[in-house]
Design a protein around this ligand. Structure first.
Ligand code: ZN
Length: 107
């Protein structure tokens, strides 16, 4: 990603809440699948400093800053040349609820 691309604040939806983060237009196009909602799961791992706040459905409130980002890089062969490169979760810092999770493949 180029440094001089404009970042815009967007609402990113997850299964257990949502986050407000700064993303580029290119990331938005990649993540919205042609509909107005943007899904955090489609963005993969964003650095914590992109997040302004998040909302946890379990806690029922907003928290300032980034959710907890936990990820691993299994590099697991799934067959037919598909490799699971990375899998990760965005979790609430307060209650451990999963805000969103993502999977990144080699293609
Ligand atoms: Zn929570």
């Amino acid at each position: 990603m180029s440094e001089n691309e404009d970042l815009e604040e967007k609402k990113l939806l997850g299964s257990g809440g949502y986050a407000i983060a700064k993303i580029t237009e290119r990331e938005e196009i990649k993540a919205n699948l042609g509909i107005p909602q943007i899904f955090l799961a489609n963005l993969g791992r964003l650095s914590e400093d992109r997040f302004l706040k998040y909302h946890c459905n379990t806690c029922g409130k907003e928290f300032t800053g980034s959710p907890l980002i936990k990820y691993e890089t299994p590099n697991e062969e799934l067959g037919q040349g598909v490799i699971l490169v990375e899998k990760g979760e965005y979790k609430c810092k307060n209650c451990d609820n999963i805000i969103a999770f993502y999977r990144k493949f080699n293609k």
